[in-house]
Design a protein around this ligand. Structure first.
Ligand code: NAD
Length: 325
């Protein structure tokens, strides 16, 4: 009998990590998850789940007790615009996430791990290329001269360099992806850390027909959103390759936030008015550029945004109903 491949998922209590653990189990991996918390919306499927703080070197040494075939480093101090762009959490975001990555790279090499995936972000791209909502530039080589619009983005850029250095100096096999707005069911949908698709679905689900919802900014800022299952396809494709990246994993279907809200209303069968209010926004425009991933891995998302939004809306609508019981 062949031995199961082993995977360590750091951040397995979070949105992408909990979905990834399910995918890895289906593929036959033995999975250990680590996080400060268990997944919020469903029990973990991991074979072993360690509640631990990855800023702590002892915890990191303990969880790396074997030369894992694959390590996925998804743990980060993060959230939506309400968390990242207000400036109130900058020191924590930089300290906490950098500490996690410093520990994982250093002790990962010591433990002899075979391969590590690092989740960077579209937030590393310079603000100056994302001022025009209709023509944002996010090709991988446009990252420099660096000018991310948040400390969250600067930490991601630092950690990309950290893992790349370990690749060069210690032969650590790294795969670095820059995620562009991943969304789907069983993700944060309330409390200020939720992202735009979840926020729009929640507001629409909570508001009676012909009512009003609030939106930060004029709603003309653009973004693209990638459904979780597509993201997992891209991640697994990248990990099965020897392409180190960094490479975008995102969708090229760019919409305005107004259009995203309209889509949620359409799915719900409601007609609501949008009241635009001041709030933290981020860049004016952002879209994934998938030329590099198509070229290197022959991969691109296969489904339209609407399909993922339907599944996400249904899930959030149920959460809203349950919360009001
Ligand atoms: P998430 O916040 O749901 O998951 C991150 C998990 O890390 C959380 O469960 C959190 O408890 C855990 N964590 C934080 N600090 C920790 C610590 N000190 N020790 C142990 N665990 C700790 O986020 P997500 O959406 O699943 O994102 C996963 C990764 O992908 C993150 O690194 C994020 O920066 C990156 N990313 C996500 C998106 C997106 O749209 N979701 C976009 C770009 C990048």
């Amino acid at each position: 009998m062949t031995k199961n491949k082993t995977a360590l998922v750091c951040g397995a209590g979070g949105f992408i990590g909990s979905h990834l653990a399910i995918r890895l189990k289906k593929e036959g991996f033995w999975v250990r998850g680590v996080d400060l918390k268990y997944p919020e919306f469903a029990p973990t499927v991991a074979d072993d789940f360690v509640i631990g703080d990855l800023r702590d070197q002892i915890v990191v040494q303990n969880i790396l007790d074997r030369p894992f075939d694959e390590v996925y480093q998804l743990a980060a101090d993060m959230g939506g615009a309400g968390y990242i762009f207000t400036g109130e959490h900058d020191a924590d975001v930089m300290h906490n996430s950098a500490q996690i990555n410093l520990n994982m790279a250093y002790y990962g090499v010591k433990a002899g791990i075979k391969k590590i995936f690092y989740s960077s972000s579209a937030c590393i791209y310079p603000e100056y290329n994302q001022m025009d909502p209709d023509n944002p530039k996010c090709s991988e080589d446009s990252a420099y001269p660096a000018a991310p619009d948040s400390e969250y983005g600067w930490e991601k850029l630092f950690s990309e360099h950290l893992y790349s250095s370990y690749h060069r100096n210690y032969g650590l096999d790294v795969n670095i992806a820059r995620f562009h707005n991943i969304f789907g069911p069983e993700g944060t949908w309330t409390d200020g850390r939720e992202k735009a698709p979840a926020a729009m679905c929640r507001k629409v689900a909570e508001t009676p027909d012909n009512g009003e919802i609030e939106m930060w900014g004029d709603g003309k800022q653009t973004r693209s959103f990638l459904y979780i299952d597509e993201c997992l396809d891209g991640m697994r494709r990248l990990m099965d390759s020897d392409f180190t990246g960094p490479v975008n994993i995102g969708s090229e279907e760019m919409v305005t936030i107004n259009q995203l809200a309209e889509m949620a209303m359409d799915i719900a069968g409601k007609k609501l008015t949008i009241k635009h209010i001041p709030g933290p926004l981020g860049v004016r425009g952002r879209n994934s550029d998938n030329n590099l991933i198509e070229d290197k891995l022959g991969w691109k998302p296969s489904k339209p945004l609407k399909e993922g939004m339907v599944k996400t809306y249904k899930w959030i609508e149920q959460q809203v109903k349950d919360a009001n019981k």
